[in-house]
Design a protein around this ligand. Structure first.
Ligand code: AMP
Ligand code: MG
Length: 438
């Protein structure tokens, strides 16, 4: 048992047990935030569907205004108007213009739009009826003076210039974020085939752990991990199932786990995974399937149990036994559980985005283990994150680095990663940074 597993080895072993993502369902695009696509998304329309105007102005024939200048405007007859949402009912013939709104379809005959800012309205008697750049919502003038030449295609968005109908918009495995939802909805896709949300059950353990509102008594502590883990599950775009708080008794832990096995894709247990006389989680995992107790070269986060609960027809349920200290629970969730949930969800991007930081003070750690320090970023007076000349974020420790210090965990904005091979780092050391922004 002297061999420590590296963080990568542990994660690889976990991910290797997940044979495939959860099942699919078809949902409305507007309800698909955080869901993973299970089939390619294909545009149901060209965008724009027809040539349209990029500006409020006048649809014209560019040849008509080729000689237009500030001092000698060209005057055109205004023969009609197209509003957004209405089809053009006039053709733009030589010497004429049709007033057009941003996004309205270009009338036949026009090959450019002159922005309203380059025009003034002209009355039937030839006199100006409004100032330059007049708000285009006023009454339709009889004529318009154009003060600038425009090129063919000027201020026109061509049909299909954003997307063609039938374009492949997104690939299976992509998670739907607000911009992708907008893309699908904007290309007339109304329902999408996505993975259902993974179901992840959470069980706190410990004779000392008290549910919210329960008196603490002489030796009780409030349950931080149950609610904390369920919140982490929700930010992983999965559904959290509450299995409550188990006493440190095999039967209680096992029975609650069995409940989870019936409903969940994965179960997270906090506490009870050490080798003390009351640490029954490993045995309970063993009663439902297989279990490994790993010593992972990570600080905080050792020990860590992983198992699989067998089911007759469905894939096995992943069993995570996380150390009970709340900071260890949190860090091991980020390291091992979040990527597993995302793999269950069918997400094709399991890696985290990393940043670079520079430590403002020194920090100590255990040699041989990779440390994930809880840190705060330096900010300027407006609250914006500062970067040094090399683009690195200066960070300082968020508080005590003990695995029980939840005040520092809550203060932290990021985890700074210190490699295995050192027993501490000096101020000024460059480190990898993980933002905790979800
Ligand atoms: P364990 O891993 O069970 O040995 O627990 C390690 C430490 O974490 C102990 O001090 C526990 O009291 C504490 N702990 C375990 N579970 C929780 C919990 N759900 N909420 C807060 N602290 C916990
Ligand atoms: Mg315990």
């Amino acid at each position: 048992m002297n061999d420590l597993l590296s963080v990568e080895e542990a994660l690889d072993r976990i991910l290797a047990t997940i044979e495939g993502p959860v099942s699919t369902e078809r949902v409305a695009v507007g309800d698909a935030l955080g869901r993973v696509l299970a089939e390619p998304a294909i545009s149901a329309t060209a965008l724009p569907p027809w040539d349209n105007s990029a500006m409020d102005g006048y649809a014209i024939r560019s040849a008509d205004v080729a000689g237009a200048q500030e001092t000698s405007p060209v005057v055109l007859a205004v023969v009609g108007e197209v509003r957004a949402g209405s089809a053009p009912d006039r053709v733009v013939g030589r010497g004429t213009a049709v007033r057009i709104a941003t996004g309205a379809p270009l009338p036949e005959g026009a090959d450019a739009v002159v922005p309203v800012e380059e025009t003034t309205p002209v009355g039937a008697d030839g006199g100006a009826t409004g100032p330059r750049g007049r708000d285009a919502t006023g009454p339709l003038p009889a004529r318009v003076a154009v003060y600038r030449a425009v090129t063919v295609g000027g201020s026109i968005r061509q049909a299909g210039s954003d997307l063609a109908g039938g374009d492949r918009l997104l690939d299976p495995g992509m998670t739907l974020n607000p911009a992708r939802i907008s893309l699908l909805a904007g290309s007339a896709v109304d329902r999408v085939l996505v993975r259902r949300r993974p179901r992840v059950a959470v069980l706190a353990t410990g004779d000392e752990i008290r549910a919210p509102g329960q008196p603490l008594g002489a030796a009780g502590i409030p349950d931080a991990n149950g609610p904390g883990l369920r919140a982490l599950v929700m930010t992983s775009d999965a559904d959290a199932i509450d299995l409550g708080i188990a006493q440190d008794r095999l039967a209680d832990v096992r029975d609650r786990l069995a409940q989870g096995v019936a409903t969940a894709d994965a179960i997270i247990v906090s506490g009870g995974v050490s080798v003390g006389p009351y640490d029954v989680v490993r045995e309970a995992f063993g009663a439902l399937g297989t279990v490994d107790l790993w010593r992972v070269a990570v600080q905080p986060g050792k020990p860590f149990a992983f198992g699989l609960a067998k089911r007759s027809n469905d894939p096995p349920v992943l069993l995570f036994g996380l150390p009970g200290n709340p900071v260890s629970t949190f860090v091991t969730f980020e390291l091992f559980v979040r990527p597993a949930i995302r793999k269950l969800a069918g997400d094709c991007e399991l890696g985290r985005q990393v940043d670079r930081a520079v430590l403002l003070g020194e920090a100590k750690k255990s040699p041989g283990r990779r440390a994930y320090l809880r840190v705060v970023a330096q900010r300027d007076q407006e609250g914006r994150i500062v970067r040094d000349e090399r683009g690195r974020v200066p960070v300082r420790l968020a508080g005590g680095q003990g695995s029980h210090v939840i005040s520092a965990l809550a203060a932290a904005e990021a985890l700074a990663i210190i490699p295995e091979d050192v027993d501490g780092v000096d101020a000024g050391t460059e480190v990898e940074l993980w933002w905790l922004d979800r």
